[in-house]
Design a protein around this ligand. Structure first.
Ligand code: HEM
Length: 472
């Protein structure tokens, strides 16, 4: 669903549709639908409406009018995230599954159907599976990732730099994370574009979500077969050899998990941060004044337009009360990350800057807190930083008020960012860091993708000069 929306600063005072407005999409029992064209027109307004009507926890309907609770309060979200004994990650507990009320082709299945991955596990089993993931991710660090990001940013920018115009969402943000992730996972580069399309489709919960899910799983099974024949030094290899003793199925599911968890989230972070930088006067002024950094801008986005708005979910292990609502054993809870971030109890003035305050919910909290947060931030930061260096005089080519957002029940991001800049025809000729790092002495192995080597990063002064030339 696409609809014109004002840019971020204007979003801060979200209008709430009046009760009884025909735009409200209600199920047969009068409960609000969280899916469909009406709810997805303006999710923040929907959250405010629900908050007003129900308080910090609201009943909602998902695809097929299946019931769930949307957690809107910041405190209540943290309580659910940090109390796994009451709020399990095991979706097989959902009463709707137990009562066979979720059709086989439901678009919810790819996201919440139980799989043998750490996402759906609790306790010791979760710790065993998660350790394999975190140990595998630990081999990558900022400098190594930065090298890949710089290289792919050069490559993507070279496809449009000569035109002096581009759509930074289609031509850049939607491409970069999957290119980097396929490389870190150890997949062939040419897998990138088809996987991007399949992952995007899968998260949107469209009718083709199930087929896209199958395509992603098949590609990953082929990767594992290949890695067993030709081992390397990347994430796939580390899962295969990890001491947690992952089964074949678990290896494939964790590869899929990392690919999907990393891609759409990082695309959205790049997209929404670029929007903020290109549209928000407060950032222009402070950036050219030298006070605001790119990480500050990203932090603001993680509060106001988090890459995932709603996380499904947690399942109640017993009857309990949360935010004044009576939750029954087997009920599903959706973590409302975007709604929790704008809870008036913690942000009475949403226009107030959030510098240095990292208590947003964008990466969740508790045992399932995102283990890839530093990688996601590193891709977004290095990508945007490099892009700004490559495109002098970058500015929006449409009025900021004309930008629209694309929303689905779990995510929301700016649809397109048409920009213009000084055309360049020399990008192909510029030296680009190679993927394997510097030439190495006799027979030494190159580093695993993303593994640290000394890297040249722009100095603070050079960055400041770039911000100033962009906005000054
Ligand atoms: C800016 C980018 C990202 C954001 C905003 C983000 C956000 C999240 C959120 C909200 C969760 C759900 C936690 C829960 O259920 O409570 C999650 C889980 C996860 N994320 Fe991320 N993520 C990002 C990037 C990444 C990247 C780059 C990777 C991998 C390289 C990654 C890997 C994972 C994994 C494996 C999980 C499941 C953890 C578990 O269940 O124990 N994420 N992420």
């Amino acid at each position: 669903m696409t609809t014109p929306r004002p840019d971020v600063p204007q979003d801060l005072s979200v209008p709430v549709p009046p009760p009884g407005c025909p735009a409200h999409d209600l199920g047969p029992d009068g409960t609000h639908r969280l899916y469909g064209p009406v709810a997805e027109t303006d999710p923040p307004a929907m959250y405010e409406l629900l908050r007003r009507e129900y308080g910090p926890v609201a009943p909602v309907l998902l695809h097929g009018d299946l019931p769930a609770w949307l957690v809107l309060g910041h405190r209540e979200n943290l309580e659910v995230m940090r109390t796994p004994s009451l709020f399990s990650r095991d979706s097989r507990r959902w009463s709707m599954f137990r009562e066979h009320r979720v059709p086989d082709d439901s678009p919810l299945r790819p996201m919440i159907g139980w799989q043998p991955s750490c996402v759906f596990a609790d306790g010791d089993e979760h710790a065993r599976l998660r350790r394999a993931v975190t140990d595998g991710l630990a081999q990558f660090n900022r400098h190594g990732i930065r090298r890949h990001v710089t290289r792919y940013t050069h490559r993507l920018a070279a496809t449009f730099a000569a035109r002096g115009e581009a759509d930074l969402i289609r031509d850049y943000a939607e491409q970069l994370p999957m290119l980097v992730m396929t490389r870190l996972l150890g997949m062939p580069e040419e897998s990138g574009p088809r996987l991007v399309a399949a992952c995007l489709d899968l998260m949107k919960g469209t009718e083709t979500a199930v087929a896209s899910n199958d395509f992603v799983a098949d590609s990953l099974r082929a990767l594992v077969r290949h890695k067993r024949e030709q081992p390397g030094r990347d994430f796939a290899d580390s899962l295969i050899t990890h001491g947690s003793g992952l089964t074949e199925d678990e290896i494939v599911h964790h590869l899929r998990l990392v690919l999907i968890a990393a891609n759409e989230t990082t695309v959205n972070l790049v997209a929404n941060t670029l929007r903020l930088l290109l549209t928000d006067r407060r950032f222009r002024a402070s950036l050219s004044g030298g006070q605001m950094t790119l990480p500050d801008a990203m932090e603001q986005v993680l509060w106001d337009a988090p890459p995932v708005s709603v996380i499904p979910g947690r399942w109640a292990t017993g009857d309990t009360v949360l935010g004044g609502q009576h939750i029954k054993a087997g009920d599903m809870l959706l973590l409302g990350l975007a709604a929790g971030n704008t809870d008036p109890r913690i942000r009475p003035d949403r226009a107030a800057p959030v510098h240095g305050n990292r208590s947003h919910l964008a990466f969740s909290s508790g045992p399932h807190e995102c283990p890839g947060r530093d990688i996601g931030r590193a891709i977004a930061e290095a990508g945007i930083d490099t892009l700004l260096t490559l495109l002098p005089g970058l500015e929006l080519s449409v009025p900021a008020a004309g930008l629209s957002t694309t929303a689905a029940w779990m995510t929301e991001r700016v649809t397109a960012l048409p920009v213009r800049f000084t055309p360049r025809r020399d990008l192909d000729a510029l030296p680009v860091p190679s993927a394997g790092g510097r030439p190495r002495a006799g027979g030494q192995r190159p580093p695993a993708p993303g593994v640290a080597e000394p890297a040249t990063t722009p100095t603070a002064t050079a960055r400041r000069a770039r911000w100033t030339s962009l906005f000054g």
